[in-house]
Design a protein around this ligand. Structure first.
Ligand code: FAD
Length: 501
């Protein structure tokens, strides 16, 4: 079984929220759920609200892994980019899947109220920034989100992004005004409290060691008790292990760690004006301001587990790289967990055999997707809702065991390396453009003062705004022939890079 040290700073409030009850007696229920993370608890809450008797069996404690150690950003969509989703299932099904993902975010918003979960600290807005200068791609994505996928978004130009985030690392951005963030740890414990209140029984320190799902009444074995249930829901993510090892092997475990800085005072407001979550399109940076003056920042994904504290230095270095003006950073809290990544990038939601369900593989975007999955599965079991079938194109694909993990490490490093290279190239191009712009302005000014005009007007490379020229004074000598203002032929792609560098 894969072990994950989850948090170095599990708060006293989280500890207080737990009432650890181990299952020590045999039990008969309608639905037995394996795993008390976001996925299992949402099924539990919804199914009990619909009148089912529910037992949740959790090997450690509520929110032990990723669910209790995440950044709390709630956005529409999946880990799989929208374009890939359309390619995979076609436009119409992609639209339905997307709207389910939005419904998942709405569910979290409706559930995470201050009244139901005191201190949940909901705040609005998320910004997705690009590491490269990709304005054209941004426009087509914006159009698609707005017009075809009914998602409220705004496109932010580079200047706007950099007014809010003082760094030259990020270029354009997509702003999601309806996205939001919550205290992720409070949310998972709040879900458990709501489920208990609705009548679900949650047993902690109760690992499921085997299941027999062949009969109508299925059997579940734990170290000190047995259960019988009509339905079993597997929500154990990468740690499921013995009950259905083949299912665990369809997930690639990747770990993500995060840190929270000591209060940064006024210097934080000078560099980060944006109040919501920020993530980059390459999935490397993900951060937000918390507690009025600290930064909460997630590391990139890695393929091994470590103590969260070990990653504090790397997180601090990354923050300084993006925001050098912040100076020295101290990381006071660290936490993290294992994320279950599927080969196709979409979650595993559905019925494996009659009465045996899976809700897993939510990757780095688990809040809205696990909420949606919880509703779908509870409704399928109790009301016969068949919409989970939209996920059937995303089959259970063996993730390759240790060889798969090695491959994901190489691909991850390669992607990170190529995204860093693309970012560096984009920033280099931008420096060249700025230098060129300054040179042109100086030339124009010199010409203006000398009363001359430049010999040849330069055409800006494609996609670059044409410089606005100051009005040219009339030539001093009437006999001077008119100069050509026609631009020269376009500079072939790539050749403009070296110029002026
Ligand atoms: C650092 C970090 C930041 C993140 N930030 C965000 C974010 O901002 N927004 C977002 O949407 N997502 C985020 N995520 C992703 C999100 O946290 C996950 O997708 C989500 O929590 C997965 O939930 P889960 O219930 O499937 O799995 P888990 O949280 O792994 O829960 C599974 C539970 O099942 C239990 N279990 C497993 N096997 C057994 C067994 N045999 N018997 C009994 N119990 C068992 C485990 O002990 C565990 O508690 C983040 C993740 C990390 C690590």
């Amino acid at each position: 079984m894969i072990e994950t040290p989850a948090s170095t700073t599990e708060g006293a409030d989280a500890a207080a929220l737990r009432e650890r009850a181990r299952l020590t007696f045999d039990l008969d229920v309608d639905i037995c759920i394996v795993g008390a993370g976001l996925a299992g608890l949402t099924v539990a809450l919804e199914a009990t609200r619909m009148g089912a008797s529910v037992a949740v069996l959790e090997g450690r404690h509520v929110g032990w892994n990723a669910s209790g150690n995440q950044l709390g950003t709630v956005m529409p969509g999946y880990g799989l980019p929208l374009g890939d989703l359309i390619e995979r299932v076609g436009f119409e099904d992609a639209r339905e899947l997307w709207s389910l993902s939005k419904a998942g975010a709405d569910y979290v918003r409706a559930t995470a109220t201050e009244a139901a979960m005191p201190g949940i600290s909901l705040s609005e807005g998320a910004l997705e920034v690009s590491n490269v200068d990709a304005g054209d791609q941004l426009i087509s994505r914006l159009q698609m989100l707005l017009e075809d996928f009914a998602t409220e978004v705004e496109g932010w130009q580079i200047d706007r992004v950099r007014t809010e985030l003082k760094t030259d690392r990020y270029f354009h951005g997509i702003y999601y005004p309806k996205a939001f963030q919550i205290d992720g740890r409070k949310y998972v414990h709040g879900l458990a409290a709501l489920a208990r209140r609705a009548g679900a029984r949650i047993f902690e320190d109760t690992p499921v060691v085997s299941i027999d799902s062949s009969g109508i009444r299925k059997r579940i074995v734990t170290p000190s008790a047995r259960l019988r249930a009509s339905h079993i829901v597997l929500a154990g993510n990468v740690h499921l292990g013995a009950p259905l090892r083949r299912l665990s092997e369809t997930l690639l475990p990747v770990w993500r760690y995060a840190g929270v800085t000591a209060p940064l005072g006024d210097r934080l407001a000078e560099v980060v004006g944006f109040k919501g979550s920020v993530s980059d399109t390459d999935g490397i940076d993900h951060f937000r301001v918390v507690d009025g003056g600290r930064l909460m920042w997630a590391s990139p994904e890695i393929t091994w587990a470590g103590r969260p504290r070990r990653f504090a230095g790397a997180i601090a270095r990354r923050i300084r790289t993006i925001f050098p003006k912040l100076g020295r950073i101290e990381i006071t809290d660290t936490f993290g967990g294992a994320i279950g990544q599927t080969v196709h990038g979409m979650p595993q939601i559905g019925q494996l055999r009659k009465g045996l369900w899976v809700t897993s593989g939510f990757g780095r975007q688990g809040l809205n997707t696990s909420a949606m999955a919880g509703q779908l599965i509870a409704r399928s079991i109790l009301w016969g809702d068949e919409r989970w079938r939209l996920f059937t194109p995303f089959e259970l694909v063996w993730a390759g065991g240790p060889a798969g993990r090695a491959a994901v490490l190489v691909v991850g490093l390669w992607n990170r390396g190529s995204s860093a290279a693309a970012g560096a190239l984009a920033r280099h191009r931008e420096r060249v453009r700025i230098r060129e712009g300054l040179r042109e302005a100086r030339l124009a000014e010199a010409n203006r003062q000398a009363g001359t005009r430049p010999a040849v007007a330069r055409r800006p490379p494609p996609g670059r705004p044409r410089p606005v020229r100051p009005p040219q004074p009339r030539p001093a000598q009437a006999s001077q022939p008119p100069q050509s203002v026609e631009p020269p032929p376009p500079i072939p792609a790539g050749q403009d890079e070296g110029e002026g560098a």
